[in-house]
Design a protein around this ligand. Structure first.
Ligand code: AHG
Ligand code: MN
Ligand code: MN
Ligand code: MN
Length: 334
């Protein structure tokens, strides 16, 4: 069978007028960094890349060695191409400027270099999440304020999942497209055109150990699912929780489901657990492009205007009918 590579896919999207040369270069460069991250992760103990650095990041988490390596690989790959005005990362407190010796382009790149890094040492799938915005003032050097755009302003979003296979899942606003890395040949092959989330599902993902901290609408929703056939939903539901958002969302995109990291008594002071700009917004765009829905409980995630670079937010996303039900339970409780 004739293969279509990520490069060919992007060229054809450009020809169709759906992306420009700089955005094409940007995605190619991210894909190249992702290949390097995939190789490094797969080496694990062999390359001595497991374990912690002992340094705490701006999120208040102790960085893993691989958090730092993945962050460096993405920054170094993207700084010289001339397509970016600046970058922002979960692992870096301030925005990352393009070194003065390189030209600046029109795009802003935001990323979670390594998502699910608590799963590294136990050899469970992790990922990289990215989001692309335009620099609102093309001529000016970006500031933190340049990044504070609602998710609807994203021109592209995607993630890489480092699982049994490495896959890249991408949207530039015309559906969701999946690519699988052929490691020996060294390039991504277009394997999953127009990924869609079925509107109904019988699978949910939430960290149930937090049940006692949840708000009443979330507790009500999950209790109804767990009640199964005998409960108000009249059917059984299955539960999965990888604790890598990329893996949980990838499953949701692949076969439907609902994913929740809601507001709870533990994360209320921060406004939620997951990060709006690096995690929630790119995943929300992908999920909506695949026919699903993404909310914070009450509001559409993509319409939230960020106040801070590292802002956190509750996340509920996936199959439309289930997300709508959770929204309705919140409204009833208000
Ligand atoms: P990160 O590793 O980038 O800091 O993100 C971890 C996130 C997300 O991937 C996952 O859904 C969630 O944290 C898991 O949280 P719990 O450990 O509370 O289940
Ligand atoms: Mn982290
Ligand atoms: Mn993450
Ligand atoms: Mn991370």
């Amino acid at each position: 069978m004739r293969r279509v590579s990520l490069s060919q896919f992007l060229i054809e999207e450009q020809r169709a007028g759906r992306l420009d040369a700089d955005l094409r270069l940007l995605v190619e460069v991210v894909a190249r960094a992702v290949k390097a991250i995939a190789v490094t992760i797969s080496k694990g103990k062999l390359w001595d890349v497991h374990g912690e650095t002992g340094v705490e990041n701006v999120q208040g988490e102790v960085q893993k060695k691989l958090d730092v390596i993945a962050n460096e690989l993405l920054l170094q790959a993207n700084e010289w191409g001339g397509h970016l005005a600046a970058m922002a990362s979960e692992e870096v407190e301030e925005i990352c400027h393009i070194p003065f010796e390189y030209p600046r382009g029109g795009y802003l790149l935001l990323f979670d270099p390594l998502d699910g890094s608590s799963n590294i040492e136990v050899n469970i799938s992790v990922g990289t999440i990215f989001s692309v915005l335009r620099n609102p003032d093309r001529e000016a050097i970006p500031t933190e304020a340049s990044f504070l755009q609602p998710g609807t302003a994203q021109v592209a979003a995607g993630y890489a999942i480092y699982g049994p296979a490495t896959q890249l899942v991408l949207t530039t606003g015309n559906g969701v497209h999946g690519f699988t890395l052929d490691r020996e040949f060294g390039y991504f092959v277009y394997t999953h055109p127009f990924m869609t989330i079925p509107p109904q599902t019988s699978e949910f993902a939430i960290n149930c150990s937090n049940m006692r901290f949840w708000e009443p609408p979330v507790r009500r929703y999950i209790e109804e699912l767990i009640a199964g056939k005998e409960g108000p939903r009249g059917r059984d539901f299955n539960m999965r929780w990888v604790a890598s958002m990329v893996s949980d969302v990838h499953r949701t995109l692949s076969r439907g489901g609902i994913f929740l990291y809601p507001l709870d008594a533990k994360n209320r002071a921060q406004g939620g657990k997951l990060r709006l700009l690096y995690e929630a917004n790119p995943m929300a765009l992908l999920v909506e492009q695949a026919g699903g829905a993404a909310i914070d409980g009450r509001r559409r995630l993509l319409e939230i205007v960020p106040q801070r670079l590292h802002q956190r937010v509750p996340v509920i996303l996936g199959s439309k009918e289930e997300v709508e039900r959770v929204r309705a339970y919140h409204e009833e409780a208000d």
